[in-house]
Ligand binder design. Structure first.
Ligand SMILES: [Zn+2]
Length: 213
């Protein structure tokens, strides 16, 4: 396993983590109408959707003009495209190696050991309350302000191969998504997948291995 680290993805999801749009089809149709994606040349569910001609108007890239690859190449290099994750029965909290510690809503202290409780409650525990190690305030992890470094929801659109903060969705894109989901506001965050050695799950497994062996 000598894979390079995951560059990152831009994730779009309704702001309310419990809200699930009734149907994905109108969302895809809208994204196609505004030329954010090219559904007619989507490959399959695993490769997702190619980006459309107005992608660069609907997502603003920061800094100098980036060399964006929009098509797969023969070498299998990562490229910019859209995938869909979900729908999920309950909110999933998605986080990665870019995720920064959230602040407790009560005492405002940073919860540095957030990975420990996420590991225990699991990514899909919607009502698993976690206690602040400083003040004991119990809070659902989906309600933390992760400052765009993690996020919760039941349906996600991922734009693959985007570094955190590299590209920001234009207001038009968020507005159009809201219009096809009962005017519920959408927001965005960034994810860089964790290398296996650093994920909470694996370190727990390593601990068990040491204890047992
Ligand atoms: Zn606290």
């Amino acid at each position: 396993m000598n894979q390079p680290l995951h560059t990152g993805r831009l994730a779009l999801t309704p702001q309310d983590p419990y809200y699930l749009p009734a149907d994905l089809a109108p969302i895809i149709e809208k994204l196609s109408d505004i030329e954010f994606i090219h559904p007619e040349i989507s490959d399959d569910n695993t490769t997702g959707y190619r980006l459309g001609d107005r992608f660069l108007q609907l997502v603003t890239f920061m800094g100098c003009s980036p060399a964006i690859q929009f098509e797969p190449d023969e070498a299998g290099n990562p490229y910019c495209h859209m995938t869909v994750a979900g729908p999920y029965e309950s909110p999933r909290l998605l986080y990665g190696r870019n995720t920064t510690p959230p602040r407790c809503a009560s005492c405002r202290k940073r919860i540095e050991n957030w990975r420990t409780f996420i590991g225990h409650s699991g990514n899909s525990a919607p009502d698993g309350l976690t206690a602040c190690p400083n003040c004991g305030h119990r809070q659902n992890p989906t309600s933390y302000n992760w400052r765009q470094s993690a996020g919760s929801g039941r349906l996600f659109l991922f734009i693959e191969n985007i570094f955190p903060q590299e590209a920001i969705p234009a207001t038009e894109l968020l507005t159009q998504l809201s219009q096809v989901s009962e005017n519920k506001p959408w927001h965005y965050f960034y994810l860089q997948e964790e290398s296996p050695a650093k994920s909470g799950i694996d370190s727990a497994a390593i601990k068990r291995y040491k204890v047992g062996g």
